[in-house]
Design a protein. Sequence first.
Length: 564
Amino acid sequence: MKASKLLMPTLREAPAEAEIASHVLMMRAGLISKLAAGVYSYLPLGLRVLQNTERIIREEMNKAGAQELLMSALLPAECYQKSGRWDRFGDDMFRLKDRNSRDFCLGPTHEEIFTQTVIDSVHSYKDYPYTLYQIQTKYRDERRPRFGVMRTREFLMKDAYSFDISREGLDESYKAMYDAYRKTFDRMGLNYMIVDADTGAMGGSGSQEFMVISDVGEDTIAYCEDCRYSANIEKAVCITGEADNSEMLPMNKVATPDAKTIEEVAAFFGKEAKDFVKTMIYNAEGKLYAVLVRGDREINEVKLANKLGVGEVALADPADVVEVTNAKVGFAGPVGLKIDIVADNEVMKMRNFIVGANETDCHIENVNPERDFTAAIVDDIRNIEDGDICPVCGKQIKTAQGIEVGHIFKLGTKYSEALGLNYVDEKGEENPVIMGCYGIGINRCVAAIIEQNNDEAGIIWPMDVAPYKAVVVPVNVKDETQLSLAEKITKELEDAGVEVIIDDRDERPGVKFKDWDLIGIPVRITVGKKASEGIVEYKLRAEKEYTDMTAEDAVKTALSLIKK
Ligand code: ATP
Ligand code: MG
C-alpha cells in the first residue's frame, strides 16, 4: 500500500472533548471520525484494526466449537414483549415503526432472537447442546455515550448463546467460552482480570466479567492479592467488623444551624464522618425508601436495586424528600420516619451515632438501631473499599478501575421459559432449555488495547491487531537508489504475505516518522543515505533504538517477527 494513496487524516491535535488516550489517539491517527454523540465512522486504518480484532474473536469462537450465524439489527417488538424487555429497556432502546405502524427496535442484545431461532430450528433433545454466535451491530441509546468508541450508541458485539439440556451441560458450555475468552484477550495483548459479576435482574446462577485494568475504566473491581478473590464492586461482598458494644446513651436533638455538609456537621460535633449514619431517600420504581449507610461509606445502587427486587433505583426527587422528612434536603434520618428503612449491615453494629432529625437545621446524636428505629431490610448495600476485609480469606481488599470488554453469564431458563423453548426428554416430559450468554464489545476492545499500549508519540499496536505490520520509509523519495531499494523491500514483504506500507510521500522524514509512530505500525524499515551500500535502519515501534542492517536481514528479521 502506498502512503500517498492511503486515506489517513492524521491530526496534530485531537478535539477538545477527547479526554482519554484511546479517544485522542484514534482521532489523531485518523482511525475514526465522529458523526454524532456516540456514533462514529471507521476510516481505512481503523477498520483494519477492527477487522483484526474481530478475526481473533472469530477464530477463538470457532475453535471452541461455537457456530457463527447472523441476525438482523432491525427486530420486531414481539420477542422483546414476550420476555418483558420491550418495557424494561426503556429509553436505552432505539424504537421505530414501519409503514404499517408495527413496532420495531434496533437490537440492543439478542437473547430473545436466538431463543426464537432455536425454537424454530431444533426439534429433538438429541440435537443439543448448541453454542451459536454472531458478530453484529448493536444499538443502545446510552445515557452518556463517551470516551470515543468505548461507549457508543452503535457498536459491534460478538454475542454468543449456549443451549443445553442439563446444568452440567451449561457448566461445560460456559467453561468453553471462559477458556476461549482468555485466549482471545491474551492474543489481543491485554492485561485483564476476570471478576465475579452481578447477575442482577437477569437472574441466572453465575457471571464473570473480563476487565482490562485501566484508570479510565468505568467499573471498579475489588480484588485480593492473597487469595485471588476478585469481583465487580456491584457484586463484592462487604464484611462488617465487630459490633460496638458501648453503652447506649440517651438520644439528644441538637440544633446545627450553619452546618450543611457532612464535614461541617462533623466539625460541629467534633466527630468524624464514620460516627454518622447517612440517610438517603431513594425511589425504587415508584416506592420510596430511606437507605442508611455509615457516614463515610457509599451506597451501591446495583446491590440496593437487587435487594429491593427492582431493575433500577434513583435518588428521590427533592420534593419527595421534603414531603417524607418534613425538612429541607440534607436532614433526613431514620428516627420517626414513616417510609421503609433499608439499613446496611454495618449500621446495625454501630452505637450512639449521629443522624439527621427530619427537621431543618437539626441532628440527633446517640441514635441506636435496636432502640430507636426499625429497619425493614438489613443487608449488604454499600461499596467495598480499599483496605476492607476480603470476604474469602480475611486479608485486605484492594480496588482498581476496569474496562469491561467481555461478559459471560449462566442465564438458566429465564428466556427459554418466557419464550417457550422446551425440549421433550426421554420420559416424554417437557423441560425448558438451559441457556448461557457471552458478549464481547469489539470496538471497546480496540479502545482498551490502545489504553494499555501507547506512549507520548502515539499507539503501539500488538502485532495481531496492527492495521499494517510494517512500513518502509524512503527518507528522500527523489533519490532513485533509496526509492528503488524501498520498493524492493516492500515487494519482498508483500510477496511473503505481510501487510506493508511504503511511505512514498514527498515529505520531510520527521513528518513521516511522526505519522507512523502516531499510527503505531510495529516495524519500520528506513531507507536513507546508506541505501547505496544496501544498508537500512530497522526499528520496532515498541523500542527506542534502531539497528543498521542489510536490506535482506531487515526483511528476514521482520518476517521472523511478523510471521511468528
Ligand atoms: P456496560 O456496563 O459497560 O454498559 P453492559 O453490561 O451493558 O456494559 P453487555 O450487555 O454485557 O454490556 O454487553 C456485552 C459487551 O458489549 C460488554 O462487555 C462491552 O464490552 C460491550 N458494550 C456494552 N455496551 C457498549 C457500548 N455502549 N459501547 C461499546 N461497547 C459496549
Ligand atoms: Mg450497558
